[in-house]
Design a protein around this ligand. Structure first.
Ligand code: XLS
Ligand code: NI
Ligand code: NI
Length: 456
């Protein structure tokens, strides 16, 4: 909702944010570390930021982030019902003073919840103005506040992004819009969002294309739209280099919701797109669990596809409901899932610029501020357990050894010749004609699953 605000009002924002206002979560102290089995209501049972796993502190392995849009801006409305979330610190207006206050509240939350990073969309943190120029000014005013507040709280920006899906102008897409005027608007918005991400010391920048797709092919020129998107990303890369932003660019795949089909449908489709348009070195992927399941894949599948292309950049940590087809963005509390995720993260040597961003929201029945803590703590503990289990499975070594043995025939002279391209169908046909029926070996899936179980 656009509210009138002028540059002079923006200036007043500074004074509104300068004196620290009273705590938003007065009854909650920094979440303590408690023993497993403790009856304390809030407490980390498993996450110990400084405890080392495979020689590295847990906080550096996990690099947790909270998503501003869910934690600060999600009122928990659903398609059938009004918002339920209580946000006593929020006056419900689009004023800059309210936006500045939210930043402080978020920093208090991150500190008390022991989360080191954050992520945001441009329009989450600052109100959209009546004009693009006014939106830019609003953003500048809040970025100034955020820079100070986050510096003071020692919180780092994992990534920033632009909201190119909420406003009606983007109904038919942003970088894939049939309208050049909308395309230019989106370019201006992304240019600014990259600049403020840079200003805030962001380690990455995400492109998620919720409207970059179609609802009907009757009105859509898919070839043209994909080419437009590639040009858009090339210009973004050029701009990034021009301003000296060193953060990583990520594409976040999702097959649908809100569009019927989104071009970045899964990791494989994104990689094919990046290869087709010569962008692979410039962007990696930000993989989200619930998007993987919407695409009909497991999270391990999507992470493996990305890792194998050396393009696994970051993770949006959440999960869906098995028996519901929506992107329900639940907090990830399934230790089996977090273990499999961390096995892949450890196998690539850990995150560099990426991390685990909780792109997750509470259920609308969990509307109290305290529930924000319960939700994040549960997710963080689930990942701490997953990390420890994954490290134990790696130390055990039986699964990796089984896989090595399973492919051992490829290490023979003939195997190496095939892999290097030195063999031919003639040679292989001669080998097969002169050999007995190949013997079959068990895949032992259930045994390997039992080994995983041992460490959960
Ligand atoms: C929506 C996406 C979105 C991106 C950021 O489903 O997950 O939240 O992470 O635009
Ligand atoms: Ni999502
Ligand atoms: Ni996401």
């Amino acid at each position: 909702m656009a509210k009138k605000s002028t540059p002079s009002k923006a200036k007043r924002t500074k004074t509104a944010a300068a004196p620290r206002t009273k705590a938003a979560f007065p009854d909650i102290a920094a979440v303590p570390f408690v023993e497993r089995g403790s009856r304390a209501e809030l407490g980390f049972r498993h996450y110990r930021p400084d405890e080392k796993v495979e020689g590295k502190p847990m906080r550096e392995h996990l690099r947790f982030a909270s998503a501003y849009w869910h934690t600060m801006r999600n009122g928990l409305a659903d398609p059938f019902g009004a918002p339920t979330a209580l946000m006593p610190w929020d006056d419900g207006t689009d004023s800059l003073a309210n936006a500045a206050r939210r930043i402080e509240v978020f920093a208090e939350f991150l500190t008390k919840c022991r989360i080191d990073h954050w992520c945001f969309h441009d329009r989450d943190i600052a109100p959209e103005g009546a004009t693009l120029a006014e939106s830019h000014r609003n953003l500048d005013a809040i970025v100034k506040v955020a820079k100070d507040v986050m510096k003071g709280a020692k919180k780092r920006l994992l990534w920033g992004t632009a909201c190119l899906f909420a406003h009606p102008r983007y109904a038919s897409g942003a970088a894939t819009s049939p309208s050049l005027a909308v395309y230019a608007y989106a370019a201006a918005q992304v240019k600014k969002a990259i600049e403020v991400t840079h200003e805030l010391g962001g380690e990455g920048y995400v492109f998620w294309g919720g409207r970059e797709g179609y609802t009907s092919l009757l009105n859509t020129d898919m070839k043209r739209e994909r080419e437009q998107l590639a040009r858009f990303l090339h210009m973004a890369v050029d701009h990034k280099k021009k301003i000296g932003f060193k953060g990583r660019f990520y594409i976040e795949p999702k097959p649908r919701e809100p569009s019927v089909h989104q071009y970045d449908s899964d990791a494989a489709a994104c990689l094919a797109f990046l290869r087709e348009f010569d962008l692979l070195g410039e962007l990696s992927l930000n993989i989200e669990t619930n998007h993987a399941t919407l695409a009909g894949h497991t999270m391990e599948h999507e992470l493996t596809v990305a890792r194998d292309a050396q393009a696994l950049g970051s993770i949006d940590a959440n999960m869906g409901t098995d028996n519901c087809g929506w992107d329900t963005d639940e907090f990830p509390i399934d230790v089996h899932l977090t273990t499999k995720i961390m096995l892949i993260v450890l196998s690539m040597g850990g995150f560099t610029s990426g991390g685990l961003n909780f792109d997750a929201k509470r259920r609308r029945e969990s509307f109290e501020p305290k529930d924000l803590f319960h939700a994040h703590v549960a997710g963080m503990d689930a990942f701490a357990r997953g990390l420890k289990a994954a490290a134990a499975i790696r130390a055990d070594g039986r699964i990796a050894e089984f896989v090595r043995q399973r492919y051992r025939s490829w290490n023979t002279d003939l195997g190496l010749r095939v892999r290097s391209g030195a063999s031919s169908f003639e040679e292989l046909a001669n080998v097969a004609l002169g050999a007995k029926e190949p013997s079959l070996e068990s895949g032992r899936q259930e045994w390997l699953e039992a080994i995983v179980q041992e460490y959960l």
